[in-house]
Design a protein around this ligand. Structure first.
Ligand SMILES: Cc1cc2nc3c(=O)[nH]c(=O)nc-3n(C[C@H](O)[C@H](O)[C@H](O)COP(=O)(O)OP(=O)(O)OC[C@H]3O[C@@H](n4cnc5c(N)ncnc54)[C@H](O)[C@@H]3O)c2cc1C
Length: 289
């Protein structure tokens, strides 16, 4: 197996054009597991750890450009204020060791339906920047996930960054696992209240072949929320929102949980996170968007 170590983005893209079979490796927390278990034996690994351009984030005009190789530990420490839901999801990933190495770019590259960042990227309207020697394009998160562990990248492309709105309004993420830490999600859920447009976005993870938005739930809640008065949300609205989120999923029975349990847990997560996000709104937190 060839081990290719570019030291700049230009070089990395040139190598990927020449060797589209080369498997990128960032934190390695997914790739090394696959190699160790002999799930795949690529002809080449493309080590991105020397490509410093991928390991930076910037903010311009209210938009965060998060480099693909920024590890979770930095998302938590540096971006918790502007991207709270992404920081919440990052805190639930693996263990401190995994969060030191693991990256959002790697979560996207793996495209597991259970990846913790995906529901958050969907509700924030994130765009994934893909680059190759042919140029750069931005892929809306909704168009990125194509199937179980399948995504929209071309063989010669690398994920270079993720674009996210800073200060997007109240937002929450929650996950159910078989224990509190070091656990792949049985199911997960994110919700964001976009105050400027009075729109709700909601997305489920680990409950369908791809992470997906719960659009009927979004439409229902956007119309029902008492945006102007900031009054408390009635139990019936919360319950209906939970039901619609649950209906948006199409989970399977597996070792981590049954489909029925996942559907039930999603409705609970939806009600719970909605309550937290609305409480933040009532308290006047995160109103700037
Ligand atoms: C013990 C353990 C616990 C875990 N717990 C969780 C968890 O709780 N939640 C969760 O979501 N995940 C979890 N994971 C999975 C993993 O940590 C995450 O998916 C992480 O985000 C992967 O990031 P990475 O940088 O390590 O990716 P890598 O392993 O380096 O790469 C992952 C995939 O992305 C591709 N890739 C990486 N960078 C790029 C790029 N720039 N462009 C194109 N493709 C790229 C790789 O080729 C590979 O296919 C866990 C893994 C382990 C081993």
């Amino acid at each position: 197996m060839d081990f290719l170590r570019p030291s700049s983005l230009t070089e990395a893209l040139a190598v990927k054009a020449e060797r589209p079979d080369a498997v990128p490796i960032a934190g390695g927390t997914d790739v090394m597991v696959e190699l160790n278990f002999d799930h795949r034996r690529p002809g080449a690994l493309l080590d991105l750890n020397r490509v410093t351009e991928l390991a930076e984030w910037t903010e311009t005009d209210g938009e965060i450009r998060l480099g693909a190789s920024v590890p979770y530990v930095r998302v938590i420490a540096e971006l918790g204020e502007v991207l709270p839901a992404l920081a919440m999801a990052s805190r639930t990933v693996g263990s401190p060791q995994i969060r030191n190495r693991g990256t959002v770019g790697g979560n996207l590259g793996a495209a597991s339906p259970a990846g913790d960042t995906h529901p958050v990227l969907l509700v924030l309207g994130a765009e994934i920047e893909a680059a190759s020697v042919r140029g750069t394009r931005r892929i809306p998160a909704e168009e990125f996930y194509l199937g179980v562990k399948r995504h929209a990248l071309e063989p010669d492309e690398l994920i270079t960054a993720v674009y996210l709105p800073a200060e997007a309004g109240p937002q929450q993420f929650a996950k159910v696992g078989t224990r509190n830490a070091m656990v792949i999600a049985v199911c997960s859920f994110a919700v964001a209240l976009h105050l400027g447009t009075r729109e709700v976005r909601a997305a489920v993870g680990s409950a369908a072949p791809t992470p997906r938005r719960a659009t009927a739930a979004e439409e229902f809640l956007s119309a029902e929320l008492p945006w102007s008065t900031k009054a408390s949300i009635t139990d019936s609205v919360k319950r209906r929102f939970g039901e619609l989120v649950s209906e948006a999923s199409s989970p399977i029975d597996d070792v981590r949980g049954s489909a029925d349990y996942r559907k039930h847990a999603l409705s609970v997560l939806a009600r719970r996170t909605l309550t937290w996000a609305w409480n933040d709104f009532q308290k006047g937190e995160r109103e700037c968007a």
